[in-house]
Design a protein around this ligand. Sequence first.
Ligand SMILES: CC(C)(COP(=O)(O)OP(=O)(O)OC[C@H]1O[C@@H](n2cnc3c(N)ncnc32)[C@H](O)[C@@H]1OP(=O)(O)O)[C@@H](O)C(=O)NCCC(=O)NCCS
Length: 223
Amino acid sequence: MKKLTPLAIVGAGGFGREVAWLAEEINQETPTFDFVGFIDDEASSTPEGYPVLGNTDRWISDGRTDVRLVCALGDAVTRWKVATRLSQGGFSFATLIHPTVKRSRHVRIAPGGMICADNILTTNIDIGAHALLNLDCTVGHDSRLADYVSMMPGVHISGDVTTDIGAYFGTGAVAINGVRIGAWSVIGAGAVVSSDVPRGMIAVGVPAKPIKPNARAPHEDAA
Ligand SMILES: CC(C)(COP(=O)(O)OP(=O)(O)OC[C@H]1O[C@@H](n2cnc3c(N)ncnc32)[C@H](O)[C@@H]1OP(=O)(O)O)[C@@H](O)C(=O)NCCC(=O)NCCS
């Protein structure tokens, strides 16, 4: 039998616990991961009774680099900060793809990706590191989604869409073909992006219009 990969999930919040279920679903199809527990800076238990192994500082000082990690933190900026620290601490990351995900062999997904149930990704697509594709999203041909892209449930990305690092799409947002979403921009739930969104903005509505800067966006020289 294939050796299972030890896996710890960073973040025991709502999405982190959904990722624990994602790992269980993958294991049901093909035994792949030995889920050892959560790493969390605040929680010491979960409603489901999963083990919580301690905080990130403790994990880094213990140096358990034999365990693969996924950063299941819904907020793209927090995910970037935590994953960067862990990567500098010598940790490597797993990629979790639900067995129901449909994708061609021309889809490339970088390490740290969490691709939940019922996503469809067509052809010639690049998904950057630590991507979060929540339930039931679609991504069209030739799209280039950079590291830390975050798609909440039911997001639809048409063909030829580009996102820069850390772009976040709220539930049910849509991007029409050919648009570019700048780094660390946030697209509100239900928005329709029909023209480019600049770096570090929050855009809402149909068609989506920038309403204010994303105060949490890292400075240009940070990422
Ligand atoms: C866009 C968003 C990030 C803005 O959050 P915020 O910075 O706290 O902004 P506010 O709530 O102060 O709203 C600012 C204005 O935008 C409007 N607005 C907020 N979100 C909106 C949306 N999705 N669509 C349309 N208008 C929206 C508000 O009504 C408010 O309008 P007003 O100034 O006329 O009163 C947030 O509302 C959103 O949509 N987040 C996505 C959440 C999500 O999908 N979570 C998934 C979890 S699985």
